[in-house]
Design a protein around this ligand. Structure first.
Ligand code: EPZ
Length: 438
């Protein structure tokens, strides 16, 4: 099992290039199923979730070719049945339903499971498909959608926690080949939805208003192949910005989309951190002592839930009381007990975490539980005194490209080891930090 060893205390300095967006590339790869012609997607991040989506496309019958940072897909022959085992392992794979329904008028995928951050229901996805004329069955762990015909109409897609990103993506991909006009009301406004729509329009789709709460889609007969470069990953950018501020360093983020980072810049500004934008680059550094914050996560353009854990790690360094409220997912505080092992003083009160910041963190052996919680532990490890071991970092590899390499280039004392002696980077966890139940 891979683990990270971090010797904290080094301020980060230098430049880091932000990779392509995980949450843009997954639905865009799914959208390549909507045509039998060749699609080329560029700016692909090297992530395990992307490799997983490639396996899903191949299991559906598509031919896929990967290069260092591009993926070519040709979905000539397709089966509407997603591989049960591969699909259930990655929740984001639910976004193949829309394209399968749009192209084949049929989709059979394993019910996407929940995960540690929440139940992750798909009722809104299914509501959208039903609204377009699909019949939905749940059988033996599969979700089966069938539609003799897909007919456009106005669909309200708001749920109890607001808009749904992949729900909007799914309905948009089912609607591009439907008859007539589909209007998605209360659509997700995330940049990843706009990026997906830009790709679909390049394929010949007729979409207006993507990125706003109302998206109008006029169905077309067929879609053709297209080429597209995905947008930069705004969550990766936010993560390195928090790490730079937490370590009291000065880091320039390259290949960002500053327009997608306004909520991040706003909170960092309130925390006494400067974010200097020059084109696609942003330089992050403290203006003085960090200030505590009160933040609630919201759908875009509000403060993103995917950067909540990282902000919490930063706030352990701000003297005073910070309040971080999670309004999107019902249990996205798995990082709190692990941050506590490093000495962070955080109390949970319902959907809010109360952080008493300004105390030194001490290195310890901590456990990753999910993707963004792992990022929070890395940030905390970078500032903690002595050594931090972060186990189960396969969670991190899902959404961060070569994070240890990028951080080492910024001056972090971080290395990646493996407890399995068959690996070249084999090294047992130092006994002083090994856990008996590891
Ligand atoms: C996307 O997940 C992202 N994943 C998540 O990023 C992100 O946290 C989330 O959007 C919110 O921004 C990808 O794009 C692959 P939602 P998604 O549907 O679309 C409820 C990361 O760390 N809901 O927008 O699955 C849901 O329970 C990941 O990169 C319903 O009630 O999230 C949640 O409370 C984590 N019914 C809220 O809506 C539904 O049918 C928002 O979820 C769908 C969602």
């Amino acid at each position: 099992m891979d683990y990270l060893e971090i010797k904290g205390g080094n301020p980060l300095h230098g430049e880091v290039r932000i990779s392509g967006s995980k949450n843009a590339v997954l639905p865009i790869l799914a959208a390549t199923l909507l045509t039998e012609e060749q699609c080329v997607i560029r700016g692909i991040p090297d992530l395990s979730d992307v490799k997983h989506m490639v396996k899903i496309l191949e299991a559906l019958g598509a031919s896929v070719e990967l290069t260092a940072d591009s993926i070519t897909v040709e979905a000539r022959q397709l089966t509407p049945i997603g591989d049960y085992d591969i699909i259930r392992k990655m929740r984001g794979s639910v976004c193949i339903m829309g394209p399968l329904l749009g192209r084949l008028h049929e989709a059979k995928v394993s019910m996407p499971g929940g995960c540690v951050i929440g139940a992750r229901p798909i009722n809104l996805h299914l509501w959208g498909f039903r609204s377009l004329g699909a019949e939905i069955d749940l059988k033996e762990g599969y979700v089966i959608a069938k539609a003799p015909e897909l007919k456009g109409r106005s669909i309200f897609m708001g749920g109890r926690n607001g808009s749904t990103v992949l729900g909007t993506a799914n309905v948009m991909m089912a609607a591009v080949l439907a008859k007539g006009e589909t209007v998605i009301e209360y659509a997700a406004c995330e940049p990843e939805i706009k990026d997906l729509a830009d790709f679909l329009v390049k394929m010949g789709a007729n979409i207006k208003g993507a990125g706003s709460p109302t998206i109008r889609i006029r169905g077309v007969e067929k879609l053709h192949g297209a080429e597209h470069t995905v947008i930069p990953d705004r969550v990766e950018a936010a993560t390195y910005a928090m790490a730079a501020a937490a370590t009291d360093g000065e880091v320039t983020l390259l290949n960002t989309e500053p327009a997608h980072l306004q909520a991040i810049f706003h909170q960092l500004y309130q925390a006494n951190v400067s974010c200097t934008v020059r084109g696609k680059e942003v330089t992050i550094r403290r203006k003085g002592p960090l200030k505590p914050l009160s933040v609630a996560t919201q759908p875009y353009p509000g403060y993103p839930t995917d950067a909540q854990a990282q902000l919490m790690a930063l706030m352990t360094q701000a003297s005073g009381i910070s309040i971080i409220t999670e309004r999107i997912f019902e249990s996205r505080f798995m990082h709190v007990p692990e941050l506590g092992r490093l000495g962070a003083r955080i109390e949970l009160e319902g959907v809010s975490a109360i952080v008493e910041g300004g105390f030194e963190l001490q290195g310890a052996h901590v456990m990753s539980s999910d993707l963004r919680a792992s990022a929070a532990l890395v940030i905390a490890g970078l500032v903690a005194k002595s050594t931090t071991i972060i186990a189960r970092i396969y969670h991190l590899d899902r959404g961060y490209e070569k994070m240890d390499v990028k951080l080492r280039k910024l001056g972090a004392d971080i290395s990646r080891w493996n407890t399995d002696s068959n690996y070249p980077n084999y090294r047992p966890i130092p006994s002083s930090l090994a856990l008996t139940d590891e």
